[in-house]
Ligand binder design. Structure first.
Ligand code: IVH
Length: 681
């Protein structure tokens, strides 16, 4: 839209109207948290303003909402001497400290009645001072050492929620507003995500990110950072007055467009302060910004004046700190734990340290990629983070503190529990023990899988029972299952003689199985039912499978280099071989696999089928068995290689995928017809 046709007078009116609208919307958005227009409409107003200002540059003023960005970079920050020093706060670390503070306040005020306190979160950001003259923002400064700070005017002007011109009326001619500039958590996460994507340095926490963003000589950089501010007090006040209570001053600030923390509450007495602290401790993790404690301030200014200051802190306020969420300690050692599934996890053994309210002496390091990312060595000084109820984490090491004799952390070559080989895929961070059948760390998991329906299908052997067998030492490996006797089973919790007899019988029944079920039941990584069947179709005998090389295994349908390596490694483990031999010794057997039937009987040879949805004339497993008998391979997911999808009722994503890929879809009715054609009843 071009404004060239406007007269200067009309342009001035338009500019003023637009600025007022934009400032009002800013106020609703930032101070009241209650916007009444969309971001897009807001952007359009701003565009209009900029467009008129481009045509009439003489109308541009520094406090126009369009002038937040664009200043030239500085070569250095100027120094600013604070007319009134910016003080710090004394700390309280527990309720006793809080009660002592309250007692001192009441003694000095010579009162027995409960004192009125304003309670507010202690933000973890950067303390700043904003100077407004006649309502215009003329200067922004950091706290610095409290006496002298840095001139960051150009940078604070880029922060959208800081008014360049105060709204409303009644502000003192000179007003210094003090508060904390911070970076909200989500903005911090996004900033770091972008930095990571560009391989740039990430910030360790929102506070550092806020400080780094504010100390940019180029305000254009600051302008792109998600900074925000809450105001918590006044410094210089001249040519006007403020209310006589702290909380009322902040309320007044709000009417001028300054943001104030919405959690502010006024309470009476120390006990109520303690309750506020407890409430905020609960709420802390859900707040959109980080806080590190609560500040209590005597609310009435006359009382503040009576109390005065000591050295660098007021007597009328105190910061009640939350237990620190980050502490440094020594990484004494790294041990490796083996999980239920065989995953091997490095665990940091730490010099015990009190952090986030608990003593921490161990922390998981997840995997070797994490160890590499953190560049850890044993002997390092590390930073431990624990927030809320989350598990403690090693967040970084301090390289400057690394001793000369620091030791590298190495993944063991053998399982620390059972001494089997450890394998680590190139594309996977996790390392694993390969002694799945034998390793005591994986015992319960291995037995449950072995007993499951699609493996040995041992009726009545549920998870709870497996837990008991292992915990009581009755079963160490799957082979021991077949040595169980009725009496020992009957001695377990909730097990009578009858159910014990049933279980022992079920075990006997399960001894007669198929080779494919048996292979599947071994729990070799990435060997599901389909792969087990392919292996059996190809080799037909256990001995052939277990002595096949990685190269030979890849000749099997569906077996790639990764799966082949898993299979070969599994059978190479002495302990696994022993358990298999033992299973055969205790009576496991299967019928020799017949030669593949002639093609005539296998109309679906070379076809790949997938089943999905609910079938009514048969179960999915029955459908699958029919297809396999006809020579088809049945897999779990639809791909370009799929010949057909048998789609029952309520078929979902697999159906959509098949349709997208143009894979033939067969309904259950059609399938039943086809069965007749194929001569299957
Ligand atoms: S009042 C004279 N209120 O904590 C009192 N300070 O150690 C001045 N801070 O550097 C501070 N949130 O930046 C006050 N709600 C709050 C605060 C707060 C954070 C910071 C402040 C100061 C430090 C005091």
């Amino acid at each position: 839209m071009t404004q060239k046709t406007l007269s200067l007078k009309d342009a001035e009116q338009q500019v003023q109207a637009l600025r007022k609208q934009i400032n009002d919307h800013n106020y609703r958005y930032f101070v009241l948290d209650n916007p009444i227009i969309t971001d897009a409409s807001y952007d359009r107003l701003m565009q209009q303003l900029k467009s008129v200002e481009t045509d009439f540059p003489e109308l541009i003023t520094p406090e126009s909402p369009s002038q937040r960005v664009g200043a030239e970079p500085l070569t250095a920050f100027g120094q600013i001497r604070h007319e009134l020093p910016m003080l710090s706060l004394d700390n309280a670390f527990n309720e006793d400290d809080l009660n002592d503070f309250d007692r001192r306040v009441r003694e000095r005020l010579d009162t027995d009645s409960a004192v009125e306190y304003a309670c507010e979160p202690k933000l973890d950001g950067i303390a700043v001072s904003l100077l407004y003259e006649k309502g215009l923002l003329v200067r922004g400064a950091t706290r610095g050492d409290g006496t002298t700070g840095e001139d960051i005017t150009l940078n604070v002007r880029t922060i959208a929620s800081i008014p360049l011109q105060l709204l409303g009326e009644g502000w003192p001619d000179r007003l210094e507003v003090r508060g904390e500039i911070f970076m909200p958590r989500d903005g911090f996460e996004q900033l770091n995500k972008r930095a990571k994507a560009r391989d740039e340095k990430v910030f360790v926490n929102p506070r550092n990110a806020a400080a780094g963003s504010l100390r940019q000589l180029d305000p254009k950089v600051t302008a792109k950072r998600p900074l925000d501010m809450y105001c918590y007090g006044a410094g210089i006040v001249a040519g006007g007055e403020l209310p006589d209570r702290h909380a009322d001053i902040l309320e007044r600030f709000k009417t001028w467009g300054l943001r104030v923390n919405p959690e502010l509450r006024v309470v009476k007495g120390a006990a109520a302060c303690g309750e506020y602290f407890a409430r905020m401790s609960e709420k802390r993790e859900t707040l959109p910004y980080e806080i590190d404690g609560i500040v209590y301030k005597v609310n009435r200014l006359v009382q503040q004046q009576q109390l005065g200051f000591v050295a660098r802190a007021p007597r009328w306020a105190i910061a009640h700190k939350f237990p620190a969420q980050e502490e440094m300690t020594l990484l004494k050692d790294v041990e490796f734990q083996v999980g239920r599934t065989g995953a091997i996890t490095p665990v940091a053994r730490l010099e015990p340290v009190f952090v986030g309210g608990v003593t921490v002496s161990n922390a998981t390091l997840h995997n070797m990629d994490e160890v590499a990312r953190l560049d850890l060595k044993i002997g390092d000084t590390v930073v431990i983070h624990r927030a809320g109820d989350v598990i403690p984490k090693v967040v970084r090491a301090i390289p400057e503190r690394r001793p000369e004799d620091a030791r590298a952390i190495e993944l063991p070559e053998r399982c620390p529990v059972c001494d089997s080989d450890v394998e680590r895929d190139e594309d996977e961070a996790a390392a694993r023990c390969t002694g799945g059948l034998y390793c005591s760390a994986q015992r319960k998991q291995a037995i449950k899988h072995f007993a499951s329906r699609k493996a040995m299908d041992i009726d009545g052997l549920g998870d709870k029972l497996v837990d008991q067998f292992v915990e009581k030492g009755l079963v160490e490996t799957v082979a021991d299952l077949y040595k169980l006797e009725v009496d020992s089973v009957a001695s377990l919790e909730r097990m009578g003689k009858k159910s014990a007899t049933n279980l022992v019988n079920a075990l006997k029944v399960s001894q007669k199985t198929t080779l494919a079920r048996f292979i599947y039941g071994l729990g070799i990584r990435e060997v599901g039912e389909a792969t087990a069947q392919s292996l059996v179709a190809h080799y037909r005998e256990l001995e052939a499978i277990r002595s096949a090389t990685v190269d030979q295994l890849q000749e099997v349908d569906d077996v790639g280099p990764v799966v082949a390596a898993h299979i070969e490694t599994f059978f190479r483990q002495e302990h696994n071989r022993e358990v298999i031999d033992e299973l055969l010794k205790v009576g496991l057997h299967w019928e020799a696999e017949a030669e593949p039937e002639a093609d005539a009987a296998q109309p679906l040879a070379d076809e790949v089928w997938v089943l999905t949805g609910t079938l009514h004339n048969m179960t999915r497993d029955e459908g699958k068995a029919i297809l396999q008998k006809l020579g088809a391979k049945v897999t779990g997911s639809v791909s370009a290689k799929t010949t057909a999808l048998l789609a029952g009722e309520k078929a979902g994503s697999k159906l959509t995928k098949a349709q997208n890929l143009g894979v033939r879809v067969v309904t259950e009715d059609e399938f039943v017809d086809l069965m007749q054609e194929w001569g299957v009843s």
